[in-house]
Design a protein around this ligand. Structure first.
Ligand code: LLP
Length: 417
């Protein structure tokens, strides 16, 4: 079910969002567990990978991780902190991937002694360190070599990771050196390659280029697994994406047909549209001809608009026209132009600029859509604002996933000297 408007009223998995807000207050994050399930099912149906490893970095809320685990997914983690979340929910590390760039000795010790399934190697320089830890712990480690294929993901420059000017992966020379080093080690097992060219990939072309690249490489070097990362795009507004999961699955089938086992690491695709941020307007002001809606939270809770020029659909929970629609397909709903902004003392503190809404009164809640991925997880205490409570609707029941931080908790680790 997910989020949808029915006769102009916003629902989450069958529950009216206005009723949720009457109980919880705002600001909050709200998640649809049905949406999580539907997206995991899409991936199983259209891509059918050998290993589906949800990218924890996109949303690491324990209840969400636990639910995704129960749907049969394993995990892609990028740090010791994320690995510890897997331990908290009792996930099987043997089918999970560690793909972080910064592998400290402490982190390697923890993930290797706890039997991580695969470690993605970003540079030949890492291999010696991993070899030392593995031999100290008498473990054999499956390694994937992360390749930088110099392919443009056609996305925002801050979330493109497969071009040579970005810090990720190795070039062909690094790949050959890594292969050589693995041959000389008894603790390292070369299991395959890893390519993640970016997030919110723009169109089918980058996916096709990756597939061609992998096919070409497989004619030169034999490997069992190919980890294709994440990057599957989601809708943020009514503009067509130009690529869907089915066509990506058709591309990836070419790799399966030539005998490779596929790992994918989707984050945004699973959680992105499954979460919204609900905030209330605390001040309705006008400067010159411009109308501003100042909300009770801002870029401290959702930094994507200023950081990535991201467009998130913003709507009232109760629209003037009685439409049945998916939120991000609702355009130009009202006739007043607003900037929807937060309370932070920065001009970058906005959710949406120059958008049309029905008249919004002070105290009214607004929903900011597609905030489930890289939303709460990127939030901060900037300007002294506490982190928000998170709720979800599971089997038509409202449940609390995290408590709101209290203002006093912001300084809980500070030492008063
Ligand atoms: N695998 C690796 C190695 C990654 O670095 C990432 C994301 C993923 C998988 C998951 O990608 P996804 O399926 O979510 O596209 N904060 C940015 C996105 C940063 C992505 C970081 N890496 C944003 O809000 O757009």
């Amino acid at each position: 079910m997910g989020f949808y408007f029915e006769k102009g009223r916003l629902f989450c998995d069958g529950v009216k969002v206005e009723e949720i807000v009457a109980k919880t207050g705002t600001p909050i994050f709200l998640y649809s567990f049905d949406e999580l399930k539907a997206r995991v099912n899409d991936l199983k149906q259209y891509i059918d990978p050998t290993i589906l490893a949800y990218a924890v970095k996109s949303n690491g809320t324990l209840a969400i991780l636990n639910y995704i685990k129960e749907l049969g997914s394993t995990f892609d983690v990028g740090s010791l902190g994320e690995f510890k979340l897997l331990q908290r929910i009792g996930a099987d590390p043997m089918r999970s991937v560690f793909s972080g760039l910064g592998k400290t000795p402490e982190c390697l010790d923890a993930i290797i002694s706890n039997n991580i399934g695969f470690i993605s190697i970003d540079d030949p320089g890492e291999l010696r360190k991993i070899d030392q830890v593995a031999s100290k712990l008498s473990k054999k480690i499956k390694v994937l070599f992360r390749i930088n294929p110099d392919i443009d993901a056609k996305t925002h420059k801050y979330i493109t990771t497969g071009l040579y000017q970005t810090k990720f992966g190795m070039d062909e020379t690094g790949f050959s050196r890594s292969l050589q080093m693995v041959k000389e080690s008894s603790c390292l097992q070369f299991s395959g390659i890893h390519i993640h060219i970016g997030s919110q990939v723009g169109g089918i072309e980058p996916f096709s280029k990756v597939v061609d690249y992998v096919l070409k490489l497989s004619r030169e070097v034999k490997f069992e697994y190919v980890d294709l990362g994440g990057g599957f795009p989601i809708p943020y507004d009514s503009k067509p994406l130009g690529v869907d999961i089915k066509s990506i699955g058709e591309e990836y089938r070419k790799l399966k047909n030539s005998g490779m086992k596929i790992i994918i690491e989707p984050g945004r695709y699973i959680v992105g549209n499954a979460g919204i941020l609900i905030t209330s307007v605390i001040l309705n002001k006008k400067i010159g001809k411009k109308n501003f809606l100042v909300c009770n939270t801002g870029m401290n809770s959702l930094i994507r608009p200023p950081l990535y020029d991201a467009k998130h659909t913003v709507l009232k929970l109760n629209l003037s026209s009685a439409i049945d629609q998916i939120p991000w397909n609702v355009d130009n709903i009202g006739n007043i132009k607003y900037d929807v902004v937060g309370p932070i003392c920065e001009n970058t503190d906005f959710f949406a600029r120059d958008i049309n809404l029905d008249e919004v009164k002070e105290g009214e809640p607004l929903a900011i859509f597609s905030a489930g991925g890289y939303g709460c997880v990127l939030s901060s205490n900037y300007n002294g604002y506490p982190k928000l409570a998170q709720y979800g609707v599971m089997n038509s029941r409202l449940i609390q996933l995290t408590k709101a931080e209290d203002c006093n908790e912001i300084v809980r680790n500070d030492l008063l000297i």
